[in-house]
Design a protein around this ligand. Structure first.
Ligand SMILES: Cc1ncc(COP(=O)(O)O)c(C=O)c1O
Length: 467
């Protein structure tokens, strides 16, 4: 029923008990959720607030997720592949007949050494990492790398360049100020970090030791689709790939150093992966703590001290799983399919949902979006949680919503989210239409009868039409 005919039906026969109509997507509007602002004599439309409840759609959407699991859209720590978790569960108590859990093994014993070596070898296969690079499994999160990088690669007076496309790039820049002379050569801050610059729009320092980017800004959902080249021929490109690591193929040879916290795409928190060109190590500043010195870790094959053994084991299981899926080309295809589904839903909502990020640089991993009426966001998150979709609240610094759809988020999870978005939109648009109609009816009624009478008749209509 369109709004014009609803309007006329309500005005013509407000109390006629033989009138019936039904909505394709019914909303329930319990009487305690309907509040009236009693009409005044001012002859102006007055407002009514309605609260809608969405039907349970759980029977209408497909899901490959186990019954007892939620779809977890968290930005990190994030969802892990179900089959990996099950494999870890089956090996938890007694790892492959060793009589021990991985958590109980010596990090120098042959069992754990085989685990870390296989993890490294599988990661090398996935990203096609040549023998010119070390692969290090470290601790301290990507945040520790913000300091380790300048400490290892610069002297205190060396200049370095940063392109800042979001909050994490900004943090990396600020930390680097303690250990070298960083310069922001482009920042998206004034445009609320919704863009990546074209590579001819900034000027690099020809002496910069490195050019730093955050390949995927987890909070703002901005992703580099290709990479700038340092103008200093001896300089290197460095990327924080924490939130898009192993989400697609990457030409590692373009970078001097890639780093990533594991807890988004490849494992639990506690493991940080650094891929560094071999010729870059061995020149750390004197003040560099031993735990931040890449040479120490490279010389000791990431076993200088006790590493995060269980986390490394989990990363290894994820790498194996990604290879079994067909490698990163296939993983990227899956990720594009999921992201397209979600961005299309946002873009085809006539502004009900909005993604502020410029289309060409929208992240495949983190999808921020807002609602036209921001006061509905809490309702949306609640409705999602009722349907076992969690962690959709946007980062506290930007608000709105954010759906992180890392490698391990099944397509069915995004389908279910999109179905909810569509229903939520239909129901809330309808609700707004009805409220407008009621406003007009109240206006009409206030001109023809006294306030109490009109309020009672409206309430009766709401009851009649099961609103
Ligand atoms: C892109 C990016 N860089 C750095 C970090 C910081 O990582 P950590 O908490 O592991 O130090 C995060 C965390 O979410 C991130 O998303």
């Amino acid at each position: 029923m369109d709004s014009a005919s609803l309007h006329s039906l309500l005005l013509k026969t407000p109390n006629n008990p033989t009138n019936t109509f039904s909505f394709k997507n019914p909303i329930t509007l319990p009487s305690q959720n309907v509040s009236f602002i009693t009409p005044t004599r001012s002859n102006k439309p007055f407002s009514i607030t309605c609260a809608a409840q969405i039907q349970d759609r759980s029977t209408t959407t497909s899901s490959t997720q186990s019954q007892d699991r939620v779809f977890n859209f968290a930005a990190g720590p994030a969802t892990l592949p179900e089959n990996v978790l099950k494999k870890a569960e089956s090996e938890l108590y007694n790892w492959r007949g060793s009589g021990m859990s991985v958590m109980e093994m010596s990090h120098r014993g042959k069992e754990f050494v085989s685990i870390i070596e296989k993890a490294e070898s599988d990661l090398r296969s996935l990203l096609n990492i040549s023998s010119d690079y070390h692969v290090l499994f470290l601790q301290g999160g990507a945040t520790t790398q913000f300091a380790a990088i300048p400490l290892n690669l610069c002297k205190i007076d060396d200049s370095v360049d940063f392109i800042v496309t979001g909050s994490w790039g900004d943090k990396a820049f600020k930390e680097a100020q303690k250990y070298c002379k960083p310069n922001v050569i482009w920042s998206g801050k004034s445009e609320k970090y919704t863009k990546v610059p074209s590579f001819d729009s900034f000027e690099q320092n020809p002496n910069a030791k490195f050019l730093h980017i955050c390949a995927n800004e987890t909070i703002q959902g901005v992703e580099f689709k290709n990479y700038p080249t340092p103008s200093n021929k001896d300089g290197i490109l460095i990327a924080d790939m924490s939130s898009n690591f192993c989400s697609k193929p990457v030409d590692v040879s373009k970078f001097g150093l890639i780093y990533a916290g594991a807890q988004k795409n490849v494992g639990p928190s506690g493991v940080t992966i650094v891929i560094i060109r071999k010729d870059l190590i061995g020149n750390a500043q004197d003040i560099t703590p031993v735990m931040l010195d890449y040479k120490i870790h490279a010389d000791n094959k990431s076993l200088y001290n006790t590493p995060p053994c269980y986390g490394i084991y989990m990363c290894g299981l994820v790498f194996e799983d990604l290879l079994n899926q067909g490698g990163l080309e296939q993983v990227e295809k899956n990720n594009i399919k999921k992201a397209e589904l979600l961005y299309n839903a946002i873009d085809s909502s006539n502004g009900f949902y909005r993604c502020p990020v410029e289309k060409s640089v929208r992240s495949l991993m983190n999808v921020p979006f807002t609602l036209e009426k921001s006061e509905l966001e809490a309702d949306f998150i609640k409705e999602a949680a009722k349907e076992k979709m969690v962690q959709l609240k946007g980062h506290r610094s930007v608000g709105g919503m954010r759906a992180s759809i890392y490698n391990a988020m099944p397509y069915a999870g995004v389908e279910k989210l999109v179905a909810l978005m569509k229903d939520f939109q239909v129901n809330h648009r309808l609700q707004l239409t009805i409220c407008t109609q009621i406003d007009w009816m109240m206006y009409y009624a206030s001109n023809t009868s006294d306030d109490v009478k009109s309020a009672v008749s409206i309430k009766f209509m709401l009851y009649r039409f099961n609103l």
